[in-house]
Design a binder for this molecule. Structure first.
Ligand SMILES: Cc1cc2nc3c(=O)[nH]c(=O)nc-3n(C[C@H](O)[C@H](O)[C@H](O)COP(=O)(O)OP(=O)(O)OC[C@H]3O[C@@H](n4cnc5c(N)ncnc54)[C@H](O)[C@@H]3O)c2cc1C
Ligand code: FES
Ligand code: FES
Length: 1334
C-alpha cells in the first residue's frame, strides 16, 4: 500500500526573516511568484520560481475540460481525481500498484517517437494527477452508457458473456478501446497480445478474449460481430464543437515550463534539457525526484511521490524523445517507453530479414514480457534502469537486454556536462543531480555476433522474472565456434550484487565452444560463480541457479546448432504460444424457454458500461470518514505496547480504536456466535496468534491517510516465539484442534493387508488466496434506531449477528444490504465479519458514517485463505490395479481457529472421487497454525479431497507400470454401487462419459503423437492426463428466504431472494425461473438487492447451491401465486398477465409471496452427484520449468442447464481458478515472523489470459436430467475447479518424460502448486546433462 508519510525535506522555501526552511504551504502562484506566510514566524514573503512558468494546466476527461491547480498535492493520482470527483465511478481501484488493471483508462498523449497524439491505456492509479498536463483522458463513461447508447465494445463484451462479477469489465473494455483507437483492424493475435492489462478472477478469460477478438480483421464466423467503423467507437462529444471528440485539442507538450507549488511539494515540468539542468542545479541538494511514467512506485513504494518535496516530470523534455539509427549506433532517448522500444524492434524485424538484426525479434519478445501493456505504455527504459540503480536486487529485464546489446548510457549532470558510461559503471555512479538522456547501442556489423536475452516467469504475463539474462558473444563457427572479443553474460535475479558472470566470460574468451569440454568447463565455472541470495527473490536459489545455467546452455545450443544432436535443439527455443481458441457445446430445450435458454445476465451491459455500482462506488455521505485496520507484524507473541500517537499526529487522523473501545456488554468476538463456533477476537486483546491479526482501527478524513496512518501505529511485542506455519510444524508441535470423526466403510486395514499390492504415499497442496478484485469492504451508517450496513458479504445474516454481539445491540436494529459483490469465491462468507464489525464499531463510537475498504496488502495478510492440505495414504490393490482398501489421513491447516469447518466435515463425500472401493478409512486432522483463520475457497474441501484421490490413482498405476487411464477406468463407479458414505448411485453415468470424452478428445491418437514428440525432443516434453469427477453436492442447511412482490398497477414483478449476486448469474436464473413458472416475459421481472430486511436469516451464498435453491424458492412462491390467482383466472377469458394481476388484487388476492427453502437432508455429504471428465495436455520446457496448457477437453454433466451461457462461464472460470491453485499461485510466509511475503500483485500470481488452455473445449452432457435438482439442472460453480487437477497431473507426466531421459522415472510426489521453479527442480536436470547430445 502506498504510504503517504510526508518526508518532504524542509528547505524548499526559506523565510528571509527567521531563516526557517519549510515546505511551501498552499498559496498563490502567479507568473512563478509564490506568496505565502512563513509557517514558523508568520512573515509574508514571496518565492520566485525560475523562468517563465505556468501554475495551472488543463486536461480533458471524456471531452470535458478540467483546470487543475495547486490545490491537489503531488501525490494525488489520476484515479483518485476521477473517482473522488465523481467523474468516473466506473474506473475501479484495487491494488494501487499497477498490478491488477481495474483502474485502466485511455489517455491520448504525445507519442515521443512521432510527436503526434496517440491513445494508450494507462494505469490511473500510477499516474499522478499533476502529470496530466494537456492529457486527453477517456474513461468507461466516455464510451457510452445505457441511456444515450452504448459503445460496440461494451455491447460485445456483454453479448459474449464476458462479465461475471463485472469488477474488471470496465478495464477490459478500456484496453480494447485503446487498441482500436490506434489500430482499427487488429489481428486476433494483436488483440490477444494487449489483453494483458486486467486480471479477471471470474471468467477464465476465454469469453473476454473471444469478445475482443471478434473485432479483428481475421476473426472467423465463429466469432460474430465483425470489424467496426472507428466513428462508432466514439460517443463522447466535444464540448466545444458538439462533434465526436477527436482528442486532438490537447497536447502534453507545452512550450512553457509547468511549476505547481502545492501544500507539500513543488511539481516542475521542464520543456527542454537546459531547463532541466537548471532545475537539477537548483534542487540537487533538495529531496527531489525525477519521474516519467511513475510506474516505478508500483514496484517500490519508497519512490511514491509523497516522499519528495520536488518532483520533476521529464515528459516535457523534448530532447529525450530521440530514436535514431545511424551508421554505427542506435540512439534511444530516455523518454522512450518500453512500448516505443518494442514497436521499434518489431518494425525493424518486419522490415528486414537480416542476420545482423535477427536478434531484434528475440528482444521484442522479451520486451513483450515486461509488465502489462499499460505499464509498458508509460514506463520508460530509463526509469527501469534507475530502479535497478536504486535497488540493485531489482530483477530488471531492461538491464539484461541493454547489457547484452553493450549499451552505453549518456548521462548529463546539473552543469549540462554529458558523459558516456557503460552500464556497470552507471550502476555505481552517484546519480544525484544527474539524469539519463540517451542510450547508445552499437549497431551489429559482424555476423559472428550473437545476442539473446531470456526471462523465466511464474506465469506467462505480467510477472517479474525469476531470473533474466542477456548474452552477447562473438563466435566464429568456421573455427570450431571460437569465442572472440569480450563475451557478456549478464544476469538479474541471482543476488543483490551479481550482475555479470565475469569468470565464465573470461573462461570462454578465446576458447572453441565446439569442443564439448569447453562447454562443460563453461557450465562448471558458471555454476560455481552463480551464488544466489534470499534477498532478491522468493523463489529457491537452487532454481535460480539452474535456470541461469539453462539460459546459457540454450544460448550455446542455438549458436552451435550445426553440431548439436537434433533432439537437443528443442533446448534452444522458448515455449511458443499460438493463438488461443475455445469451443462450447451444449443443448437447450426451446419448449422450456426462457429456462434452459442461453442468456446473458440482465446487468451485463451496465457492468460493461461501468454503471454497475459496487459498494465503494457509493458516494460518500455528509460526515463520512474512512478507516484502515492496524495489523500485527508477528505471528506468535504478546503485545507489549500499542502506541497510536505517531498516527494520531498525522493531519486528518481522527481516532484509533482498539479492543478497549468495545461498548459495555459487547463482546470482542467478530464471529457470529453459535454453540459450535469458537470466538474470534475482533481486535487482539493481548495474545497475538497470527501475523496480520487486527489490533485496532485508524479512522481518518480520507482513505489514503487512514491507510498511511495505520502503518504508523507503533506496536512493540514481547515473548515473541517462532510461529507454527505449516502442517508439518503443526504435526511436530502437536498443534491440533479437537478432532472430528471421519468415515469408515468396510475393513480398510484388513483389505489392504490381504491385497496383492500395498503402497503408501503422501501429497500436499498449500493455500490459495481468493483474489477477489473488490477487496473486503463495509460502509456503516448510524441511524436513529441502529445501523445500516453495506457489506461486501456472502452471508449478511452472519454480519448482522456479529455486529449485534460486538455492539451489544439487538441484531434486528442492524440492517445489512448487498447489491453485488466484486468477486468473493468464499472469502466473504465469514471473513467479511471482522471487517464489518470493525467498521460498525467505529461508526458506533464516532456516530458518523464510516467506510472500511481494506487495502490489498492488509486483505492478503489478515484474512484467511483456502486451507492447505496434506495427506498420508495406504492403499491395497490387485495386480490389475483394482482398489481393495484405501486409508487416508488428511490434515487441513485451519490457521488460528477452526470455525469454517463445514467443507472439511464433508471431505469424505469427495475423497472417493469417482472410484469404487468397498473398504475405506478416512481420518481427519485439524491443524492449528499461526495464520489467519482459513476459510472456504471455491470448491473447498472437494478440491483437496479429489487431489488426494487422483494422486493415489496415479501412484497405483505407476507402481504397476500401467496406463493411468486404464487403472482409473477399472475402478470407476458403476450405477447402483455404494459410496463410502452409503449413498447408492442411482444415476451414475461416469463410465459412459469417460468413453465419450476418450473418443471426442481423440485420446488414443494424441497419446501416440505425444510419445513421438517426446521421443524427438530432449528438452521439451509433453504430458497428458485424463481424470473423471464425481462431485457430491449437498443442500444441507440451505435456508434461503425469497420474497416476490407483484405490482398491482402494471403486473411487474420484483424478486428479493436470499442469495447474493457474486457474478455467478443467480439473478438471471431466478428471473428465468420466475418467467417460466408464471408464463410472463422476462422484461417485467427485476431482481433486487439482498437485505436482512427482506430476506432475513438467509444462509450464506456458497457451496454452489444458492442459485438453484433460490430458483426452488421462486418456484414455490410462483406456485402460491398461481394457486391464489387460479380462481380469478378461471373467471376470465385468456387474460393478459397485467389484467389478471389487477383483477386478482382488486378481488383481495395477496399478490406477494414468500418462501423459505428448507431442503430435506438426504445425507450430510450429498443430495446428488455431479459428474465430469477432463483431459489436459501440456508442454514443458525442461530447462526452465515453464509450461503451457496446450489443450483441455471438459465433458460436464450440468443436468438440464438452467442457462448454458452462465454455466459454461462458471465451468471455464472454475477450471482456470483451479489452474491458478495448482500451477501458478503460491503464498510464502516469513518463517521468523509469520508474515505473508506475497501480499501484493507483484509476488502473487493468479492466471492471466496467456495462462489459460490454448485450446479450451467445454461440452455439457446432452439429454441429461437431474431428478434431484431444480428443473432438472445441476449446479456448476464449484465442480470444475478440481478438474484442473488434470492440468497439474499432465505437468507431472511431462516431468516423468524428462526423468526418463536420465533414467530416473520412478514414482515421485509432486506437491502443489507446481509452479515453474518446482517443476524445473523436479525434472532433476543436472549440468552433466547439458551437452550437445552426441
Ligand atoms: C505492474 C508492474 C509490472 C512490471 N513488470 C516489470 C517486468 O516484468 N520487468 C521489469 O524489468 N520491470 C517491470 N516493471 C517495472 C517497470 O518497467 C518500471 O516501473 C518502468 O520502466 C519505470 O519507468 P518510469 O518511466 O515509469 O519510471 P518512473 O517510475 O517515473 O521512475 C522510476 C525511477 O527512475 C528515475 N528516472 C526516471 N527517468 C529517469 C531519467 N531519465 N534519468 C534518471 N532517472 C530517471 C526516477 O527518478 C525514479 O527513481 C513493472 C512495473 C509495474 C508497476
Ligand atoms: S488499481 Fe491500478 S492497477 Fe490495480
Ligand atoms: S468478471 Fe472479471 S473479475 Fe469478476
Amino acid at each position: 500500500m502506498p504510504t503517504r508519510t510526508n518526508n518532504a525535506a524542509p528547505g524548499l522555501v526559506q523565510c528571509p526573516v527567521c531563516q526557517a526552511r519549510h515546505s511551501p504551504v498552499k498559496g498563490e502562484l502567479t507568473d512563478g511568484v509564490y506568496a505565502a506566510d512563513c509557517q514558523n514566524c508568520g512573515h509574508f514573503f514571496k518565492f520566485r520560481a525560475q523562468g517563465p512558468v505556468r501554475s495551472t494546466f488543463s486536461m480533458t476527461v471524456n471531452g470535458q475540460s478540467y483546470t487543475v491547480d495547486n490545490s491537489y498535492p503531488g501525490s494525488t493520482s489520476l484515479n483518485e481525481f476521477l473517482r473522488e470527483k465523481g467523474i468516473s465511478p466506473g474506473t475501479k481501484v484495487m491494488c494501487i500498484e499497477g498490478g491488477c488493471g481495474v483502474c485502466v483508462v485511455s489517455a491520448t498523449i504525445m507519442d515521443p517517437v512521432t510527436s503526434k497524439p496517440r491513445t494508450y491505456t494507462v494505469n490511473s492509479c500510477c499516474v499522478p494527477l499533476l502529470q496530466c498536463d494537456g492529457w486527453d483522458i477517456t474513461t468507461i463513461e466516455g464510451l457510452g452508457n445505457t441511456r444515450d447508447g452504448i459503445n460496440p465494445i461494451q455491447q460485445r463484451l456483454a453479448d459474449y458473456n464476458g462479465t461475471q462479477c463485472g469488477f474488471c469489465s470496465p478495464g477490459q473494455v478500456m484496453s480494447m478501446y485503446s487498441l482500436l483507437k490506434t489500430n482499427a483492424k487488429p489481428t486476433m493475435e494483436e488483440v490477444e497480445e494487449i489483453m494483458d492489462d486486467v486480471v479477471c478472477r471470474c471468467t477464465g478469460y476465454r469469453s473476454i478474449l473471444d469478445a475482443m477478438k471478434s473485432f479483428s480483421a481475421d476473426a472467423g464466423p465463429d466469432l460474430p460481430g465483425g470489424l467496426i467503423d472507428i466513428e462508432d467507437l466514439e460517443r463522447k462529444m466535444c464540448k466545444k464543437t458538439g462533434n465526436p471528440c477527436t482528442g486532438k485539442c490537447s497536447s502534453d507538450q507545452s512550450k512553457t515550463m509547468l511549476h505547481m507549488v502545492t501544500a507539500g511539494s513543488q511539481w516542475l515540468k521542464p520543456t527542454n534539457k537546459q531547463e532541466l539542468c537548471t532545475l537539477l542545479n537548483q534542487h540537487k541538494a533538495d529531496n527531489y525526484r525525477l519521474l516519467h511514467g511513475n510506474t516505478g512506485f508500483g514496484v517500490y513504494k519508497d519512490i511514491g511521490d509523497w516522499n519528495y518535496s520536488v518532483l520533476i516530470d521529464l515528459r516535457g523534455v523534448v530532447d529525450f524523445n530521440v530514436i535514431q539509427q545511424g551508421g554505427t549506433t542506435l540512439n534511444l532517448g530516455a523518454n522512450l517507453t518500453i512500448t516505443n522500444l518494442l514497436e521499434y524492434f518489431r518494425t525493424k524485424v518486419a522490415a528486414s530479414n537480416d542476420r545482423l538484426t535477427s536478434f531484434y525479434s528475440n528482444i521484442a519478445l522479451h520486451l513483450e514480457k515486461i509488465g502489462t501493456t499499460s505499464i509498458r505504455n508509460l514506463g520508460t527504459w530509463a526509469g527501469n534502469l534507475m530502479l535497478k540503480h536504486k535497488h540493485p536486487e531489482f530483477i530488471s529485464d531492461i538491464y539484461v537486454i541493454f547489457e547484452a546489446m553493450k549499451t552505453l548510457l549518456v548521462i548529463v549532470d546539473s552543469t549540462g556536462k554529458e558523459m558516456n558510461y557503460d552500464i556497470a559503471d552507471f550502476l555505481k555512479l552517484d546519480m544525484t543531480g544527474k539524469v539519463i538522456t540517451m542510450a547508445i547501442i552499437p549497431v551489429v556489423t559482424d555476423a559472428n555476433i550473437n545476442i539473446r536475452s531470456f526471462k523465466s516467469m511464474p506465469r506467462h504475463q505480467n510477472a517479474q522474472a525469476y531470473v533474466a539474462a542477456g548474452f552477447n558473444m562473438e563466435v566464429d563457427a568456421s573455427k570450431n565456434y571460437l569465442v572472440g572479443g569480450n563475451p557478456v553474460l549478464a544476469y538479474a535475479g541471482i543476488s543483490k550484487t551479481f550482475t555479470r558472470a565475469t569468470l565464465t566470460e573470461n573462461y570462454l574468451s578465446g576458447k572453441q565452444l565446439g569442443d564439448p569440454n569447453v562447454l562443460k568447463g563453461a557450465l562448471t565455472t558458471l555454476s560455481s560463480e552463480l551464488v544466489t541470495d534470499t534477498v532478491t527473490s522468493l523463489s529457491p536459489g537452487s532454481y535460480r541457479q539452474n535456470v541461469a545455467i539453462s539460459f546459457f546452455y540454450k544460448f550455446v545450443l542455438d549458436i552451435c546448432s550445426q553440431i548439436v544432436n537434433p533432439r537437443y535443439l528443442s533446448g534452444c527455443t522458448d515455449l511458443v504460444r499460438p493463438l488461443s481458441s475455445g469451443k462450447q457445446v451444449y443443448d437447450t430445450d426451446p419448449s422450456e424457454y426462457p429456462v434452459s435458454k442461453p442468456m446473458i445476465k440482465q446487468n451485463a451491459v451496465i457492468q460493461t458500461c461501468g454503471e454497475a455500482e459496487f459498494i465503494n462506488d457509493t458516494p460518500p455521505q455528509i460526515n463520512e470518514v474512512y478507516a484502515a485496520l492496524v495489523i500485527s507484524t508477528v505471528g506468535n507473541a504478546d503485545i507489549d505496547v500499542i502506541d497510536p500517537s505517531p498516527a494520531l499526529a498525522i493531519p486528518g487522523v481522527l481516532k484509533f480504536i482498539s479492543a478497549k473501545d468495545i461498548p459495555a456488554g459487547g463482546v470482542n468476538n467478530c464471529y457470529p456466535a453459535s454453540a459450535s463456533a469458537a470466538p474470534e477476537e475482533l481486535f487482539c486483546s493481548g495474545k497475538v496468534t497470527f501475523a496480520g491479526q487486527p489490533l485496532g482501527l485508524i479512522v481518518a478524513e480520507d482513505q489514503i491517510t487512514a491507510d498511511s496512518a495505520a502503518e504508523m501505529v507503533k506496536v512493540t511485542y514481547k515473548n515473541v516465539l517462532p510461529p507454527i506455519l505449516t502442517i508439518d510444524d503443526a504435526i511436530r508441535n502437536n498443534s491440533f484442534f479437537t478432532p472430528i470423526t471421519g468415515l469408515s466403510a468396510g475393513d480398510a486395514d484388513g483389505a489392504i493387508a490381504k491385497s496383492a499390492h500395498q503402497l503408501t504415499g503422501q501429497v500436499s497442496c498449500t493455500e490459495q488466496y481468493h483474489y477477489h478484485l473488490e477487496t473486503q469492504i463495509s460502509i456503516c451508517y448510524p441511524t436513529e434506531d441502529g445501523m445500516n450496513i453495506l457489506a461486501g458479504a456472502q452471508w449478511i445474516n452472519a454480519v448482522q449477528r456479529a455486529v449485534g454481539q460486538v455492539l451489544n445491540v439487538p441484531a434486528s436494529s442492524i440492517t445489512v444490504e448487498v447489491k453485488r459483490i466484486g468477486g468473493a469465491f468464499g472469502a466473504k462468507i465469514t471473513r467479511n465479519c471482522p471487517v464489518s464489525t470493525a467498521c460498525a464499531l467505529a461508526a458506533h463510537i464516532l456516530k458518523r458514517p464510516v467506510r472500511l475498504m481494506v487495502n490489498i496488502h492488509t486483505n492478503m495478510k489478515s484474512l484467511g485463505k483456502r486451507m492447505p492440505c496434506f495427506a498420508r495414504y495406504t492403499v491395497g490393490f490387485t495386480d490389475a490395479g483394482l482398489l481393495n482398501g484405501v486409508k487416508i489421513d488428511y490434515y487441513n491447516d485451519f490457521g488460528m481457529t477452526c470455525n469454517d469447518i463445514a467443507s472439511v466435515v464433508r471431505m469424505p463425500g469427495w475423497l472417493d472421487n469417482a472410484y469404487y472401493c468397498a473398504n475405506w478409512k478416512m481420518t481427519p486432522y485439524l491443524c492449528k497454525t499461526n495464520k489467519p483463520p482459513n476459510t472456504a475457497c471455491r470448491s473447498p474441501g472437494s478440491t483437496a479431497a479429489i487431489f488426494i484421490m487422483e494422486t493415489i490413482m496415479e501412484h497405483v498405476a505407476k507402481s504397476l507400470n500401467k496406463d493411468q487411464l486404464d487403472v482409473r477406468k477399472l475402478n470407476l463407479y458403476q450405477q447402483g454401487q455404494k459410496t463410502p458414505s452409503g449413498m447408492v448411485l442411482e444415476y451414475c453415468g461416469i463410465r459412459s462419459m469417460v468413453t465419450q470424452l476418450e473418443t471426442s478428445a481423440q485420446i488414443a491418437s494424441r497419446k501416440q503423437q505425444i510419445a513421438m514428440y517426446n521421443a524427438a525432443n530432449r528438452w521439451k516434453k509433453r504430458g497428458i492426463s485424463f481424470m473423471p469427477l464425481k462431485f457430491a453436492l449437498n443442500w444441507k442447511g440451505s435456508q434461503y428466504n425469497t420474497l416476490i412482490n407483484i405490482n398491482n398497477g402494471d403486473g411487474s414483478i420484483a424478486i428479493f431472494h436470499g442469495g447474493v449476486n457474486l457474478g455467478q448469474g443467480i439473478n438471471i436464473k431466478v428471473a428465468q425461473t420466475c418467467a417460466y413458472e408464471l408464463g410472463v416475459p422476462m422484461d417485467i421481472i427485476s431482481v433486487k438487492k439482498n437485505s436482512t430486511m427482506t430476506n432475513c436469516n438467509s444462509h450464506t451464498t456458497a457451496g454452489s447451491v444458492t442459485s438453484e435453491l433460490c430458483c426452488l424458492s421462486v418456484i414455490e412462491c410462483c406456485k402460491m401465486l398461481k394457486e391464489r390467482m387460479a380462481p380469478i383466472k378461471a373467471k376470465m377469458v385468456n387474460p393478459t398477465w397485467k389484467d389478471l394481476v389487477i383483477k386478482s388484487y382488486n378481488e383481495g388476492v395477496d399478490i406477494t409471496a414468500r418462501y423459505v427453502t428448507e431442503p430435506e437432508n438426504v445425507s450430510q455429504y450429498a443430495r446428488y452427484n455431479e459428474y465430469g471428465v477432463c483431459c489436459s495436455e501440456v508442454e514443458l520446457d525442461v530447462l526452465t520449468g515453464e509450461h503451457q496448457i496446450l489443450r483441455v477437453d471438459i465433458l460436464y454433466d450440468a443436468g438440464k442447464s438452467l442457462n448454458p451461457d452462465i454455466d459454461i462461464g462458471q465451468a471455464e472460470g472454475g477450471f482456470v481458478m483451479g489452474v491458478g491453485r495448482f500451477l501458478t499461485e503460491r503464498v510464502i510466509y516469513d518463517s521468523t515472523t509469520g508474515e505473508n511475503l506475497t501480499s501484493n500483485t507483484w509476488e502473487y500470481h493468479p492466471p492471466m489470459p496467456k495462462d489459460i488452455p490454448i485450446d479450451f473445449r467445454v461440452e455439457f452432457l446432452k439429454n441429461s436430467n437431474n431428478v434431484k435438482g431444480v428443473l432438472g439442472s445441476k449446479s456448476v460453480g464449484e465442480a470444475p475447479v478440481p478438474m484442473s487437477i488434470s492440468a497439474f497431473l499432465a505437468v507431472k507426466h511431462a516431468i516423468e518424460e524428462a526423468r526418463k531421459e536420465i533414467s530416473k522415472d520412478v514414482y515421485f510426489t509432486l506437491y502443489g502448486p507446481a509452479t515453474v521453479d518446482t517443476v524445473q527442480l523436479n525434472c532433476l536436470t543436472d549440468i552433466t546433462n547439458l551437452t550437445y547430445g552426441n
